[in-house]
Every structure is written in structure tokens, then in C-alpha cells.
Design a protein around this ligand. Structure first.
Ligand SMILES: [Mn+2]
Length: 282
């Protein structure tokens, strides 16, 4: 990989000196519409290397916790192979590092989710996404990106936030109280509290499909949907989650970079960096 997260010198990015391990998984084998999520991890890392590392709100330079970036995983011939191999890799780090996985398409998230569920046993998955991804099977695979939360739900409770696109077959596949549709958030002043009240465990794993954001600020995804979340409200939800829960790991997926508009890449990089701050400097 040309870049490490934050463009950090060795002192802050060697494996041994780092509290955080970034796992890039540039996999885009099952996406159905716009291709290019395989370019996501590198675009996030490149943007992060050009980002100010001082955080104004926290008055701190978060990178001093140490952020090690692994070489990208893959390539893989099938989603099944990707999930198994990425899970094995991530499993090696979860007990002594805070692992952040960068996609790639959303199918990759099952690997870190499985590794974290095994490490922490009692854990809730908080999913930020435009799509619920609860199909049991899609295009012949149970590990298609459209099925990732169906798989996650088999091993941990899931709370879904920002959803605004679903198929009828998915309607009976989730706990209605754990589903926070985007149009409902828009009219609910207490939505953050309501989301947190549905997370019944102390430990939380967060999976962020970038299409949860409104396409006005995040146009670079494979399946953009109108009516998404904006920057500050998303950060507020995340900050509250880190404050009240033990966030054990997270992933950011589905950046499909556009060479003429780098702003979404910076959004993704800064989102990761903000979450590092919430974890280590709150
Ligand atoms: Mn998704």
C-alpha cells in the first residue's frame, strides 16, 4: 500500500507501537450496480495522509495512540474465500489491538464482526446504512453484500440506523424495534437516545456503510439513496455511542471513489479519525 493511515512516521505506525490496526480489504466481487469499492481503502488512506491530524474539538492529535496499517488483504476468488481469510487475519489482532476494517463492499464486514463476536461474546452490532442488507441469499451467495446483516444477525443482535431502501422479502427478517428508518429519524428529536436504548449490551461493534450519508455529502458510493444522514448528526450518534458503550471495533465500507471529487474520500478518512478520537480521547 502506498499510504499508511495518517501518513504517519514509523514511530507512530509500527505494529508494536500502535494501539490501532487498520485492515484494508479492497474487495468488490459481489457489488451489483456501480463498481469501484475495491478502490475505497486506498482512497481513504490517501485522503488521511493529507488530512490535518490535530483535532480542533478535542484539542488533541489523535494519531499519537499509534495507528498501524496492514497491507491490503486479497485478492479473493469468491466472497466465501474473502470472508474466511479476512476473519482469520483479523482474529490475530482483536485481542490486543483496536481493529478498524476498511472496505471494499459491505460483504467484508462479516469477517470483522465474526472475529469481534468471538472475542467479546456479548456484543451488539450497530449498522449505519441506507440498505438493510438482510436478504438471506443473493445471486447465489449467502455472503453477497446484500446479505451481510442477515449473516451478522445469526451471531449477534443488530440495530439498524438510516435505512431507506429495502425489499419486501426483508420485512419479516428483523426486530421492528431495532429498525430506525431514515424518514423516522428526520422527525424524531430523541432518535439518538432511542437508538442507544435498543443496544442492550455494553459492547458494540459499529459497521458503517457510507451510503448511510446523504448523497449530497457522500456521492461516492455504489448505490446512493436520497434522504441520508448528515455529518454532525452522525458524529453526534457516534460520539454518544462511544461515550455510553464499549465500542470494540468498527468498519467503514462502500467508498467508491470518484477521481474528480475527492471530498467524499476526505469525509471517510475524517470519519475514521474522529472515531479514533472518540475511542481513545473521550
Ligand atoms: Mn450495506
Amino acid at each position: 500500500m502506498k499510504y499508511n493511515f495518517g501518513g504517519l512516521e514509523e514511530k507512530f505506525s509500527s505494529y508494536d507501537s500502535s494501539n490501532i490496526v487498520i485492515v484494508p480489504i479492497p474487495y468488490d466481487g459481489t457489488s451489483t450496480w456501480i463498481k469501484g469499492a475495491d478502490k475505497g481503502p486506498e482512497a481513504i488512506l490517501e485522503a488521511s495522509a493529507n488530512m490535518e491530524l490535530y483535532d480542533i474539538e478535542y484539542d488533541t492529535e489523535f494519531y499519537t495512540v499509534g495507528i498501524h496499517t496492514l497491507e491490503p488483504l486479497g485478492p479473493y476468488a469468491s466472497p466465501e474465500e474473502m470472508v474466511e481469510n479476512a476473519y482469520q487475519e483479523i482474529k490475530q489482532h482483536v485481542s490486543n489491538k483496536f481493529v478498524i476494517t476498511l472496505g471494499g463492499e459491505h460483504s467484508i464486514s462479516y469477517a470483522p464482526i465474526k472475529a469481534h463476536v468471538e472475542e467479546y461474546e456479548s456484543l451488539t452490532v450497530l449498522q449505519l446504512d441506507a440498505h438493510s442488507d438482510l436478504r438471506d441469499e443473493y445471486e447465489g451467495s449467502k455472503f453477497n453484500h446484500a446479505c451481510v446483516m442477515a449473516r451478522a444477525k445469526e451471531i449477534a443482535p443488530v440495530v439498524h440506523v438510516g435505512i431507506r431502501s429495502q425489499c419486501v422479502e426483508e420485512l419479516n427478517s428483523f426486530d421492528k424495534e431495532n429498525m430506525f428508518y431514515a424518514h423516522e429519524l428526520y422527525y424524531n428529536r430523541n432518535w439518538i437516545e432511542d437508538v442507544l436504548s435498543r443496544i442492550k449490551t455494553k459492547n458494540v461493534y459499529i459497521t458503517i456503510d457510507l451510503d448511510v450519508f446523504d448523497p449530497s455529502i457522500m456521492p461516492s458510493t455504489g448505490t446512493p439513496e436520497p434522504g441520508g444522514l448528515l455529518w454532525y448528526e452522525t458524529l453526534e450518534l457516534l460520539e454518544e455511542t462511544f461515550r455510553k458503550k464499549n465500542v470494540v471495533g468498527f468498519d467503514v465500507v462502500e467508498l467508491c471513489p470518484n477521481e474528480h471529487n475527492k471530498a467524499p474520500n476526505f469525509l471517510a478518512a475524517k470519519l475514521v479519525y474522529k472515531m479514533i478520537g472518540y475511542k481513545f480521547y473521550m
